[in-house]
Design a protein around this ligand. Structure first.
Ligand code: PLP
Length: 412
């Protein structure tokens, strides 16, 4: 008899955003004229800069010509894009081309990376956090007892430190700037995590999808700014929020060659040892093996689009968009302050983490915002137990709508 992967049945309810959409659609069915303002899902709304769309058109035209046609590309990505990434994002950090893996999203990579690790390891996941980490661990059969929740609460300024851990995780997800709290990790805290990982033999999965929003000086733009991080960290970056690629799909993951783990069994092929002696297995080689087996690369056209992000015009365009969202963040922060609502984040991030009135749940608050103000946000509990009592608003919306949302809230 055919059997399903029962781990899927252990997943909670629907995926958070489908659940939100369902509620909004149901409300719209009953109130078709409602003027809904969406400050919920973290999707961008600004159009893609012309330098990038021109690169897409040019690359598409190349495909019309027999001489410039492209079929399958390298699974790990074209060198032209990797070179630009190294030069622009990792200047002075000595990242090599074969440590860069171009992919179609940080969501897929942060979810898929766990395939290369054993099932029986402990995984540290901050609470609250981007739900994909937990759900993908459950899907792959991680037991509840093997998930270590790392509290990120008001008590620790939403910035956990390793000293607070009661158990040592083998894998540690760190998302900074954080989704959903909008709080970014200062260099000195990230140094603690790197030191901890080095001492304990853990690996950090560093999700840097919101790096472009960092504005304070003591926040690292890459975990590899921390000495010794290459031996313990994998970094995920994405063009989605940086350059408006949520629909185009392009991201990259850095897996340094220095990142090795001890060989558990002798009778395996030497192809994963990375010439570091028989006792070491290269995580870079494992990820490469996984990628070349299950992925056929991002399309040539989209990689040319990502390359155009680094042209003068491309940079100018994406910086304008980031500035636009940052202005929205200020409007939200000021609006909520005016309404007497405590909130966090929003400085190095497009997310604002607002505290909701005591005595109501975050889903109840969702319904209040939807029905009374016609505003859609994201209930904090959707990001973890510690998210209860909070609500996430995003700065990715339209300027006028964002202003109007704040007016509606401040009028009460
Ligand atoms: N990582 C975090 C923390 C996110 O919030 C998101 C999207 O919301 C992603 C990754 C997904 O990025 P991508 O669009 O590259 O898959």
């Amino acid at each position: 008899m055919i059997k399903i992967n029962e781990n899927f049945l252990r997943l909670k309810d629907n995926y958070l955003f489908s659940n939100i959409n369902q509620r909004v659609n149901q409300y719209l069915k009953q109130n078709p004229l409602a003027d809904i303002i969406r400050l919920g899902i973290g999707d961008v709304t600004r159009p893609i800069p012309k330098a990038i769309t021109s690169a897409i058109k040019k690359a598409a035209e190349e495909l019309e010509d027999k001489e410039t046609f492209k079929g399958y590309g390298p699974e790990q990505g074209y060198d032209f894009l990797k070179e630009k990434i190294i030069k622009n994002e990792y200047r002075g950090l000595n990242i090599k081309s074969d440590e860069v893996f171009i992919s179609d999203g940080a969501k897929c990579d942060t979810g898929n990376i766990i395939e290369i690790f054993d099932k029986d390891i402990k995984v540290g996941i901050t609470d609250p956090v981007y739900p994909v980490y937990l759900d993908s661990n459950i899907m792959c059969g991680r037991k509840d007892t093997d998930i270590i929740y790392i509290n990120a609460t008001e008590k620790n300024d939403f910035t956990p430190i390793p000293e607070e851990l009661e158990e040592v995780p083998d894998l540690i997800y760190i998302c900074s700037p954080n989704n959903p709290t909008g709080v970014a990790m200062k260099k000195e805290i990230l140094e603690k995590w790197v030191k901890f990982a080095r001492e304990q033999g853990s690996i950090i999965l560093f999700d840097d999808a919101y790096e472009a929003f960092i504005e304070e000086e003591d926040i690292p733009h890459s975990i590899y700014e921390i000495e010794g991080a290459k031996e313990v960290a994998i970094e995920f970056k994405s063009y989605s929020k940086t350059a408006g690629f949520t629909g185009l799909r392009c991201a990259y993951t850095i897996v340094p060659k220095e990142l090795v783990v001890k060989r558990q069994i002798q009778e395996i092929t030497d192809s994963f040892s990375n010439n570091l002696g028989n006792n070491s297995i290269s995580i870079n080689k494992l990820w490469n093996r996984r990628s070349t087996t299950k992925f056929n690369g991002v399309s040539y056209v989209i990689q040319r689009a990502a390359e155009a992000v680094y042209t003068e015009e491309g940079k100018k365009g994406i910086n304008e968009n980031i500035k636009y969202y940052k202005e929205n963040t200020k409007i939200i922060l000021e609006g909520l302050k005016k309404a007497g609502i405590t909130c966090y984040g929003g400085i190095n991030s497009p997310y604002i983490w607002m505290k909701i009135p005591k005595g109501i749940s975050s889903w109840e608050y969702f319904d209040i915002l939807l029905k009374q103000y016609n505003i859609v946000g994201t209930p904090g509990v959707g990001f973890g137990t510690n998210g209860e009592g909070y609500f996430r608003l995003t700065a990715f919306g339209d300027r006028d709508k964002t202003k109007e949302a704040m007016e509606r809230i401040s009028k009460g």
